[in-house]
Design a protein around this ligand. Structure first.
Ligand code: ADP
Ligand code: MG
Length: 272
Protein backbone atom coordinates (compact mmCIF):
# COMPACT_ATOMS: atom_id res chain seq x y z
CA UNK A 1 0.00 0.00 0.00
CA UNK A 2 2.80 2.39 0.84
CA UNK A 3 4.09 2.34 -2.70
CA UNK A 4 0.65 3.03 -4.06
CA UNK A 5 0.09 6.00 -1.78
CA UNK A 6 3.47 7.51 -2.50
CA UNK A 7 3.21 6.88 -6.24
CA UNK A 8 -0.08 8.67 -6.47
CA UNK A 9 1.25 11.71 -4.64
CA UNK A 10 3.58 12.50 -7.50
CA UNK A 11 2.14 15.52 -9.22
CA UNK A 12 3.05 14.71 -12.80
CA UNK A 13 0.87 11.62 -13.07
CA UNK A 14 -2.23 12.40 -15.14
CA UNK A 15 -5.17 13.13 -12.82
CA UNK A 16 -7.34 10.32 -14.18
CA UNK A 17 -4.57 7.80 -13.36
CA UNK A 18 -3.75 8.99 -9.86
CA UNK A 19 -5.92 6.44 -8.14
CA UNK A 20 -5.45 3.68 -10.66
CA UNK A 21 -4.44 0.27 -9.31
CA UNK A 22 -0.98 -1.06 -10.23
CA UNK A 23 -0.57 -2.16 -13.81
CA UNK A 24 2.10 -4.68 -12.83
CA UNK A 25 2.86 -6.24 -9.46
CA UNK A 26 6.28 -7.80 -8.99
CA UNK A 27 6.25 -10.12 -6.00
CA UNK A 28 9.31 -11.79 -4.54
CA UNK A 29 11.11 -12.23 -7.82
CA UNK A 30 14.46 -14.00 -7.81
CA UNK A 31 16.42 -14.79 -10.92
CA UNK A 32 19.38 -16.97 -11.83
CA UNK A 33 21.63 -17.30 -14.87
CA UNK A 34 22.62 -20.95 -14.35
CA UNK A 35 23.83 -20.84 -10.75
CA UNK A 36 24.61 -17.12 -10.71
CA UNK A 37 21.87 -15.27 -8.84
CA UNK A 38 21.04 -11.88 -10.38
CA UNK A 39 17.85 -10.92 -8.48
CA UNK A 40 17.00 -11.67 -4.88
CA UNK A 41 13.33 -11.48 -3.79
CA UNK A 42 12.47 -8.22 -5.51
CA UNK A 43 8.98 -6.75 -4.99
CA UNK A 44 7.47 -3.52 -6.31
CA UNK A 45 4.51 -2.23 -8.29
CA UNK A 46 4.34 -0.28 -11.54
CA UNK A 47 1.50 2.21 -11.90
CA UNK A 48 -0.07 3.42 -15.14
CA UNK A 49 1.23 6.79 -16.29
CA UNK A 50 4.33 6.80 -14.11
CA UNK A 51 8.00 6.96 -14.98
CA UNK A 52 9.89 4.62 -12.71
CA UNK A 53 13.68 4.77 -12.87
CA UNK A 54 15.99 1.90 -11.88
CA UNK A 55 19.33 3.04 -10.52
CA UNK A 56 22.23 1.17 -8.93
CA UNK A 57 25.81 0.08 -9.61
CA UNK A 58 26.40 -1.90 -12.79
CA UNK A 59 25.72 -5.60 -12.44
CA UNK A 60 23.09 -5.10 -9.74
CA UNK A 61 20.27 -6.62 -11.80
CA UNK A 62 18.52 -3.62 -13.39
CA UNK A 63 18.48 -4.99 -16.95
CA UNK A 64 17.59 -8.45 -15.70
CA UNK A 65 14.56 -7.02 -13.91
CA UNK A 66 13.44 -5.21 -17.06
CA UNK A 67 13.78 -8.42 -19.08
CA UNK A 68 11.70 -10.36 -16.56
CA UNK A 69 8.84 -7.93 -17.17
CA UNK A 70 8.50 -8.68 -20.87
CA UNK A 71 9.73 -12.28 -20.63
CA UNK A 72 12.80 -11.60 -22.69
CA UNK A 73 14.60 -14.05 -20.41
CA UNK A 74 12.61 -16.86 -22.07
CA UNK A 75 15.28 -16.70 -24.74
CA UNK A 76 18.23 -17.26 -22.40
CA UNK A 77 19.30 -20.83 -21.85
CA UNK A 78 19.93 -21.77 -18.20
CA UNK A 79 17.91 -18.81 -16.90
CA UNK A 80 15.33 -19.36 -14.19
CA UNK A 81 12.90 -17.07 -12.37
CA UNK A 82 11.07 -17.57 -9.10
CA UNK A 83 8.29 -15.41 -7.69
CA UNK A 84 5.36 -13.84 -9.47
CA UNK A 85 4.81 -10.99 -11.87
CA UNK A 86 1.14 -10.13 -12.21
CA UNK A 87 -0.21 -7.89 -14.96
CA UNK A 88 -3.91 -7.06 -15.04
CA UNK A 89 -4.52 -9.70 -12.42
CA UNK A 90 -2.81 -12.45 -14.37
CA UNK A 91 0.50 -14.20 -13.76
CA UNK A 92 2.58 -13.36 -16.83
CA UNK A 93 4.39 -16.69 -16.62
CA UNK A 94 1.23 -18.80 -16.49
CA UNK A 95 1.11 -21.55 -19.13
CA UNK A 96 -1.86 -19.98 -20.92
CA UNK A 97 0.08 -16.76 -21.62
CA UNK A 98 1.48 -16.63 -25.13
CA UNK A 99 4.94 -15.02 -24.88
CA UNK A 100 4.78 -13.11 -28.18
CA UNK A 101 1.37 -11.70 -27.25
CA UNK A 102 2.73 -10.77 -23.85
CA UNK A 103 5.80 -9.07 -25.34
CA UNK A 104 3.58 -6.96 -27.56
CA UNK A 105 2.33 -5.16 -24.46
CA UNK A 106 5.85 -3.74 -24.02
CA UNK A 107 8.04 -1.55 -26.14
CA UNK A 108 11.79 -2.06 -25.71
CA UNK A 109 14.37 0.67 -26.21
CA UNK A 110 18.03 -0.30 -25.88
CA UNK A 111 21.03 1.78 -24.95
CA UNK A 112 22.60 1.74 -28.36
CA UNK A 113 20.16 2.84 -31.06
CA UNK A 114 19.62 -0.27 -33.16
CA UNK A 115 17.51 0.56 -36.21
CA UNK A 116 17.09 -2.18 -38.79
CA UNK A 117 19.05 -1.66 -42.03
CA UNK A 118 15.77 -0.67 -43.69
CA UNK A 119 14.05 2.56 -44.60
CA UNK A 120 12.60 4.76 -41.88
CA UNK A 121 9.14 3.64 -42.99
CA UNK A 122 9.95 -0.05 -42.83
CA UNK A 123 11.59 0.29 -39.42
CA UNK A 124 8.34 1.56 -37.95
CA UNK A 125 6.04 -0.62 -40.07
CA UNK A 126 7.90 -3.77 -39.07
CA UNK A 127 6.08 -4.59 -35.83
CA UNK A 128 2.68 -3.61 -37.21
CA UNK A 129 3.25 -5.93 -40.17
CA UNK A 130 4.40 -8.87 -38.05
CA UNK A 131 1.39 -8.58 -35.81
CA UNK A 132 -1.06 -7.88 -38.64
CA UNK A 133 -2.16 -4.59 -37.08
CA UNK A 134 -2.83 -2.74 -40.34
CA UNK A 135 -5.91 -3.44 -42.47
CA UNK A 136 -4.36 -2.08 -45.65
CA UNK A 137 -1.59 0.13 -46.96
CA UNK A 138 -3.34 3.37 -45.98
CA UNK A 139 -3.79 2.05 -42.47
CA UNK A 140 -0.11 1.13 -42.26
CA UNK A 141 0.80 4.61 -43.51
CA UNK A 142 -1.30 6.05 -40.71
CA UNK A 143 0.36 3.89 -38.07
CA UNK A 144 3.84 4.85 -39.32
CA UNK A 145 2.99 8.56 -39.33
CA UNK A 146 1.37 8.45 -35.90
CA UNK A 147 4.35 6.68 -34.33
CA UNK A 148 6.88 9.00 -35.96
CA UNK A 149 4.89 12.02 -34.79
CA UNK A 150 4.64 10.60 -31.28
CA UNK A 151 8.42 10.07 -31.28
CA UNK A 152 8.95 13.71 -32.38
CA UNK A 153 10.71 12.56 -35.52
CA UNK A 154 8.07 13.09 -38.22
CA UNK A 155 9.11 16.57 -39.34
CA UNK A 156 12.70 15.45 -39.86
CA UNK A 157 11.89 12.42 -42.02
CA UNK A 158 8.50 13.03 -43.64
CA UNK A 159 10.01 13.86 -47.03
CA UNK A 160 12.11 10.71 -47.19
CA UNK A 161 10.24 7.95 -45.44
CA UNK A 162 11.21 5.38 -48.06
CA UNK A 163 14.43 6.99 -49.24
CA UNK A 164 16.13 7.59 -45.89
CA UNK A 165 17.56 4.53 -44.20
CA UNK A 166 17.28 4.14 -40.44
CA UNK A 167 21.06 3.92 -40.31
CA UNK A 168 21.45 7.21 -42.25
CA UNK A 169 20.05 9.17 -39.31
CA UNK A 170 22.09 10.79 -36.53
CA UNK A 171 22.43 8.90 -33.25
CA UNK A 172 19.74 10.91 -31.53
CA UNK A 173 17.38 10.53 -34.49
CA UNK A 174 18.08 6.81 -34.56
CA UNK A 175 17.07 6.56 -30.93
CA UNK A 176 13.81 8.41 -31.63
CA UNK A 177 13.25 6.07 -34.58
CA UNK A 178 13.70 3.12 -32.23
CA UNK A 179 11.16 4.70 -29.91
CA UNK A 180 8.74 5.10 -32.85
CA UNK A 181 9.32 1.44 -33.66
CA UNK A 182 8.67 0.48 -30.04
CA UNK A 183 5.39 2.39 -30.17
CA UNK A 184 4.17 0.68 -33.32
CA UNK A 185 2.50 -2.21 -31.52
CA UNK A 186 0.75 0.22 -29.16
CA UNK A 187 2.40 -1.11 -26.00
CA UNK A 188 1.11 -0.37 -22.50
CA UNK A 189 4.60 -0.12 -21.02
CA UNK A 190 7.87 1.20 -22.40
CA UNK A 191 11.01 -0.48 -21.09
CA UNK A 192 14.08 1.65 -21.70
CA UNK A 193 17.51 0.31 -20.83
CA UNK A 194 19.80 3.35 -20.56
CA UNK A 195 18.11 4.99 -23.56
CA UNK A 196 20.34 8.06 -23.46
CA UNK A 197 23.53 6.18 -22.56
CA UNK A 198 25.10 6.59 -25.99
CA UNK A 199 23.71 9.85 -27.37
CA UNK A 200 24.84 13.44 -26.91
CA UNK A 201 23.36 15.93 -24.41
CA UNK A 202 21.08 17.67 -26.90
CA UNK A 203 19.72 14.37 -28.20
CA UNK A 204 19.33 13.28 -24.56
CA UNK A 205 17.23 16.33 -23.77
CA UNK A 206 14.96 15.51 -26.71
CA UNK A 207 14.52 11.90 -25.57
CA UNK A 208 13.78 13.01 -22.00
CA UNK A 209 11.21 15.50 -23.26
CA UNK A 210 9.69 12.73 -25.34
CA UNK A 211 9.46 10.43 -22.32
CA UNK A 212 7.51 13.11 -20.52
CA UNK A 213 5.01 13.23 -23.40
CA UNK A 214 4.71 9.46 -23.75
CA UNK A 215 3.95 8.90 -20.07
CA UNK A 216 0.39 10.10 -20.73
CA UNK A 217 -0.28 6.85 -22.53
CA UNK A 218 2.36 4.43 -21.29
CA UNK A 219 3.98 3.53 -18.03
CA UNK A 220 7.73 3.86 -18.51
CA UNK A 221 10.41 1.91 -16.71
CA UNK A 222 13.82 3.36 -17.44
CA UNK A 223 17.25 2.16 -16.37
CA UNK A 224 19.68 5.01 -16.07
CA UNK A 225 23.27 5.52 -15.04
CA UNK A 226 22.66 9.21 -14.66
CA UNK A 227 21.42 10.47 -11.30
CA UNK A 228 20.61 13.78 -12.99
CA UNK A 229 18.47 12.03 -15.54
CA UNK A 230 16.61 10.06 -12.89
CA UNK A 231 15.91 13.30 -11.04
CA UNK A 232 14.73 15.03 -14.18
CA UNK A 233 12.41 12.38 -15.56
CA UNK A 234 11.29 9.96 -12.87
CA UNK A 235 8.27 10.04 -10.56
CA UNK A 236 9.72 7.23 -8.51
CA UNK A 237 13.14 5.71 -8.25
CA UNK A 238 14.11 2.15 -7.38
CA UNK A 239 17.65 1.62 -6.09
CA UNK A 240 19.10 -1.85 -6.68
CA UNK A 241 22.25 -3.26 -5.11
CA UNK A 242 23.63 -6.79 -5.58
CA UNK A 243 20.33 -8.09 -6.94
CA UNK A 244 18.22 -6.65 -4.14
CA UNK A 245 15.77 -3.79 -4.37
CA UNK A 246 17.11 -1.74 -1.48
CA UNK A 247 14.84 1.24 -1.69
CA UNK A 248 11.95 2.56 -3.78
CA UNK A 249 10.09 5.81 -3.38
CA UNK A 250 9.23 9.18 -4.87
CA UNK A 251 12.24 10.67 -6.66
CA UNK A 252 12.80 13.55 -4.25
CA UNK A 253 12.57 11.28 -1.28
CA UNK A 254 15.12 8.80 -2.64
CA UNK A 255 17.56 11.56 -3.55
CA UNK A 256 17.04 13.97 -0.67
CA UNK A 257 15.97 11.71 2.19
CA UNK A 258 17.00 8.15 1.41
CA UNK A 259 15.89 5.66 4.02
CA UNK A 260 19.03 3.54 3.82
CA UNK A 261 22.69 4.37 4.27
CA UNK A 262 23.55 2.35 1.16
CA UNK A 263 21.22 4.39 -1.02
CA UNK A 264 22.47 7.65 0.45
CA UNK A 265 26.05 6.72 -0.37
CA UNK A 266 25.08 5.75 -3.89
CA UNK A 267 23.15 8.92 -4.70
CA UNK A 268 25.98 10.97 -3.25
CA UNK A 269 28.33 9.23 -5.69
CA UNK A 270 30.29 7.43 -2.99
CA UNK A 271 29.65 3.93 -4.35
CA UNK A 272 28.91 2.52 -7.77
N1 ADP B 1 23.16 -13.57 -20.07
C1 ADP B 1 23.79 -13.62 -18.89
N2 ADP B 1 24.43 -14.75 -18.49
C2 ADP B 1 25.05 -14.82 -17.30
N3 ADP B 1 25.08 -13.81 -16.40
C3 ADP B 1 24.48 -12.66 -16.73
C4 ADP B 1 23.79 -12.50 -17.98
N4 ADP B 1 23.29 -11.25 -18.03
C5 ADP B 1 23.62 -10.66 -16.87
N5 ADP B 1 24.34 -11.51 -16.08
C6 ADP B 1 24.86 -11.23 -14.73
O1 ADP B 1 23.76 -10.93 -13.88
C7 ADP B 1 24.06 -9.83 -13.04
C8 ADP B 1 23.06 -8.72 -13.27
O2 ADP B 1 23.26 -8.21 -14.57
P1 ADP B 1 22.38 -7.04 -15.19
O3 ADP B 1 20.96 -7.32 -14.95
O4 ADP B 1 22.80 -6.90 -16.60
O5 ADP B 1 22.86 -5.80 -14.31
P2 ADP B 1 22.74 -4.22 -14.58
O6 ADP B 1 21.78 -4.02 -15.71
O7 ADP B 1 22.28 -3.65 -13.30
O8 ADP B 1 24.11 -3.77 -14.92
C9 ADP B 1 25.50 -9.44 -13.34
O9 ADP B 1 26.33 -10.07 -12.41
C10 ADP B 1 25.73 -9.98 -14.73
O10 ADP B 1 27.07 -10.30 -14.91
MG1 MG C 1 22.12 -3.15 -17.57
Amino acid sequence: MLDHDTATETRRIAPHLRNAPPLIEVADVSFWYDDKQALDRVSFDIFPGEILAFIGPSGCGKSTMLKCLNRMHDEIRGARMEGRIVMDGQDINAPEIDPPMHRRRFGWVAQKPNPFPLSVYDNVAYGARIHGLARDRADLDRIVETCLRRANLWDEVRDGLHRIGGLDLSGGQQQRLCIARALSTDPEVLLMDEPTGSIDPIATARVEELMDQLRRDHAIVVVTHSMMEARRVADRVAFFHLGKLVEIGPTDQVFLHPRTELCRRFVEGKIG
